[in-house]
Each structure stands twice: as structure tokens, then as C-alpha cells.
Design a protein around this ligand. Sequence first.
Ligand code: C5P
Length: 291
Amino acid sequence: MTVEPVQAHAKINLFLAVRGRRADGYHDLDMVNVEATLTDTLRFRVRAVPGIEIECSAPDIPKGPENLIWKAAVLLLGHSPEPGISIELEKKIPPGAGLGGGSSDAAVTLRTLNRLRNLGRDDDLHELAARIGSDVPYSLVGGLCRCKGRGEQVERLMPTDSSRPWLYALLILPETKVGTAEAYRWLDKEKIEDHSAPGDLIDAIRSRDVDRISLALHNSFDTVVSRCVPAIAKIKAAVQAEIGREPHLSGSGSSLFLVGSSQEELVEMRNRLETVLTTGSIRFEVVRFLI
Ligand code: C5P
């Protein structure tokens, strides 16, 4: 069994409000998520020996049980499947950046193994996804969704219309990583409960009004992460000074983004930012949203 490469898309939170901490330690959220054209590539192959193997050339990616791909494969096939399975991962989505790369890889693994091995577990995939991580159920659905609960209540807002691309983003990817659990602890310490709702953003998306979308972007982590991670505060200030707009975090960071209506506009912004963001190593990506 060898399959065509499968793409796992990055996720961006256009809206993320952390409502508050729950009794189980997780936080209730209200999010609007969208996929972007930054992808990891996964290749699935049969292995001569039983078991699960992850191959990835990136040194900072775990190849064992800590990798969400591994968790997904074990949930579907058990620890020592026969025939064995080898999953090659080509990593483009930076880890620890709030772009849901690991969750997206896991969702692709669930979907692909279910299909390739004819497991017929379509009805179980959502529940398995939620056991792997809070963002994995969204990644199974993809496109533009509103996600609530701890992230596992996923509602598709509209079908993706690839025939007329209209919304793009410039991703600003600092080397600094932000740990998700730690960022939630920072919020808890300040007892932040954010009750903003994404109605305005969703209206702006439905009317394809990019300026209004830009103004309606929201993330509860913006203030607290800027305060706790000086490198991010510096980037935000430099972008605000150069472009006149505040970039927002995706997830708890460390990635930041600005939206625009064309690739050209964002390439121009990237060129300007490259001349002012000269400390540290920052990667930029211009992406299209699957919306
Ligand atoms: O669900 P996942 O394993 O991706 O979450 C990672 C960590 O992020 C959790 O251990 C928890 O500390 C935090 N989290 C949270 N509330 C959520 C999602 C994640 O507190 N809704």
C-alpha cells in the first residue's frame, strides 16, 4: 500500500475568545478557524515489519508517542499493526506556532488510515480526534468553522469556494515558540474571561469585506502573550509602526498574521517588514485562506 502524498493544512484563528477555565482544567472557547495554504505533506506506506514508524527529517519533531500522528495511528490500528505502517512527514508548518500543524497531521492520519485499511470507522473519527487534542476535530472538518467547547464542537460556517480566492494573509513566524498550556496559565493568573462574540467578523466574512474582517479579528491571548514574551511585543510594535495595523496571534502564538485582499498587497507588506524586522530570524509566508 502506497498512496499519493496527502496535504495537512495549517489553521489560523480569525477569532479566539477564551471564556474561562472549566472544572476539568480545559477552557471554554469561542473560535472562528480557517485553513490556509501552508501545508505539511504526509506519505503512507506499508512496512515489511509490524508496527508504526514515523519518518521526518526535521530534528525538533518527535518520531514516537508524543507525535499526534502516532496517537492517531495507534487509536485506529493498535500499537503493532500487521502489516506495519510507515508515515513520512514533510514538515512546513512550524511547531509551537499556534497553526495547528500537529493536529492537522493527526486528522489526515485518521482519515487516510480509515480509508486505506477499509476500517469503516467514519462515525467514530470525531470522537477519536477529540481524544487526540482539542483542535483535531476542527482539522477533520477543515475550511471555515466556528468551534466551541474546548474546541471539539465544530460547525461549518460556509462551504469553501476555491473558484474565487479573495482572502489572503501574511504570516509572521518568529523563532520563539509559545507553549499552549503555559499561555493558558498566564490567562488564568490574570483571571481573564473574554465574552466577546464573533458576530461582526462572521458578517464581514459573509460580505467579503476584507477591511471589516481586519478590524474584527480578535484573540484573547494577544495582550497576555505580548506581555509575557517580549520578542512578540517587539514584532507587534514594529508592524504597527510600519504598516499601521496590529497583527494578531493565531492560537496562543507565536505566529502573527495580517489579512489582505491580494497576494501582491501582502508581498509588498512582507518586503517592507523585512527591512524593519531585522533582529532574530523571522520567516514570512504569504498564504491564501480556504474560504
Ligand atoms: O487539547 P490539547 O492537548 O491540544 O491541549 C493542550 C493544552 O492546552 C491542554 O493541556 C490545556 O492546558 C490547554 N487547553 C485548554 N483549553 C482548551 C484547549 C487546550 O486549557 N480548550
